[in-house]
Design a protein around this ligand. Structure first.
Ligand SMILES: Nc1nc2c(ncn2[C@@H]2O[C@H](COP(=O)(O)OP(=O)(O)O)[C@@H](O)[C@H]2O)c(=O)[nH]1
Ligand SMILES: [Mg+2]
Length: 442
């Protein structure tokens, strides 16, 4: 969805990257272009303007890192501000409470009912019992749609009685969830085609009756600029705690995603990326920023340079190299670092020749590695601390236990250990190469 924005930003950065020296003039030219790219991508005008002002403020008077070009540093700043614009760090629902209540709000067609089913599926899979409550009293079809979804994901379901008031139903559903031992109750509310006063009043009554920990607006990313008004209105009337953006799989220009967070200051909790029940993803501001910029290589380069300046990270890595000791804990940490660098696509693009791979092959390689990381994480988390530090402890019975604990197979555990050993060997070789290079440099 960010294809166009990514393409225009890359154009800007291509010029910027080449500059050996940054002057106020060429920073300003570049940032003007960035701003234009944001506006073209449907980012709210005010949001784009503030964004540029912040980047500019951070570019002025910053230390210049010796090992990267000033142009590269500017790209990194744009990236950092973009992460901030998208909410900084990952946020999640508040699932405390008996039950934790999640009220889904939004216009008709935004994807509330579908998202209710998707969320229920995720939480059920984590072993929570979920109630889906259909609060759309005027549309029997909406109630039926939610009942079917509840059946598909194995969640409890409750619909309104004839002539029941929405607030009364809400209270009844919450009590029902508590009695049935549900940890989470999701309330799918009624929408309208546009924001209107009746709807807001009805939703306010429902909210007062429920006092939910989570009041979450579901927004269709494809409605562009309008999403900013919708989000602001709902936030004013109902006090949102979070946002879910849907239809990010479509051809929306994507700017809305950047703007709604900023306008409401509410975190984006999930993103919908398709019509199927599995198509709901957590939202990682840093990964999204890297994806938008398509500049993962530059960002990670500058990060490495900064780390080198700060010294700590590199010193630790060298220490490990010197001792030639790498534990599975370090391995996990490294994988998490890699995740932070954004979609693996950016890393893959760094490999010589990767650009020549056919698109299909690349896509597959990417999907594979993302999943592998998740699986590896699950496996390492299922190990005890001594096992992580001394993988040689892992005999057949421990491997079986770990496979069970992480929901994988012994073969996957073996594969991970194989990868770990290869990485260890690579690090040792890398260490020797560095030493040789250093000798050459002197
Ligand atoms: N492509 C795509 N379609 C979605 C997504 N979320 C919802 N939809 C579709 O949007 C339409 C409206 O969804 P629905 O849940 O009924 O919206 P509601 O009126 O807010 O309850 C349905 O056809 C859904 O399948 C998404 O993330 N991606
Ligand atoms: Mg609905």
């Amino acid at each position: 969805m960010f294809d166009k924005l990514t393409a225009s930003l890359q154009q800007v950065f291509k010029h910027l990257r080449g500059y050996g020296q940054l002057t106020t003039g060429n920073i300003q030219d570049a940032l003007r272009e960035v701003r234009r790219a944001l506006l073209e991508a449907d980012v709210n005008y005010q949001v784009a303007r503030d964004f540029i002002a912040r980047v500019q403020a951070r570019c002025v008077g910053a230390d210049v890192l010796a090992s990267v070009t000033p142009g590269q540093q500017v790209i990194k700043r744009v990236h950092d501000e973009l992460v901030a614009l998208l909410g900084g760090t990952r946020k999640d629902f508040d699932l405390n409470g008996q039950p934790a209540k999640v009220l889904l709000l939004g216009l008709n067609g935004a994807g509330k009912t579908t998202t209710a089913g998707k969320l229920a599926r995720q939480w059920q899979q984590q072993g929570r019992r979920v109630l889906l409550a259909a609060c759309d009293l005027k549309r029997p079809a909406a109630v039926a749609q939610l009942r079917i979804l509840a059946g598909q994901v194995g969640a409890d379901f409750l619909g309104p009685e004839r002539d029941e008031e929405v607030a009364a139903f809400g209270r009844r559903a919450a009590a029902h969830a508590a009695q049935a031992g549900c940890q989470v109750a999701i309330f799918d509310s009624a929408g309208r085609l546009q924001v209107d006063r009746d709807l807001m009043q009805e939703l306010q009554e429902l909210k007062v009756a429920l006092a939910p920990q989570n009041s979450v607006l579901v927004v269709d990313a494809a409605i562009g600029q309008e999403s900013v008004n919708v989000a602001a209105t709902f936030h004013r009337a109902l006090g949102l705690t979070g946002l879910i953006l849907t239809k990010l799989d479509g051809d929306a220009r994507g700017g809305a995603a950047l703007s709604v967070q900023q306008v409401t200051q509410c975190p984006i909790l999930r993103v919908g990326v398709g019509e199927r029940l599995g198509d709901l993803e957590p939202f990682y501001p840093d990964r999204m920023a890297s994806r938008i910029l398509g500049m993962g290589d530059v960002v990670s380069l500058v990060e490495k340079a900064q780390a080198a300046v700060e010294g700590a990270a590199l010193a630790r890595a060298e220490e490990q190299l010197r001792k030639q000791k790498l534990t599975l804990e370090d391995f996990l940490e490294q994988m998490q670092q890699m995740k932070k660098l954004g979609p693996l696509g950016n890393l893959l693009e760094l490999l010589p020749g990767a650009g020549r791979l056919p698109a299909g092959v690349r896509a597959q390689a990417l999907a594979g590695s993302e999943q592998e990381i998740k699986r590896a994480e699950a496996i390492i988390r299922s190990m005890t601390v001594p096992e992580r530090r001394h993988p040689e402890l892992l005999d057949a019975s421990r491997k079986r236990r770990i496979a069970r604990g992480s929901g994988t197979e012994v073969q996957a555990v073996n594969e991970l250990l194989g990868n770990f050993n290869r990485t260890k060997k690579m690090m040792q070789q890398f260490g020797q190469t560095q030493k040789r290079l250093r000798r050459l440099g002197k």
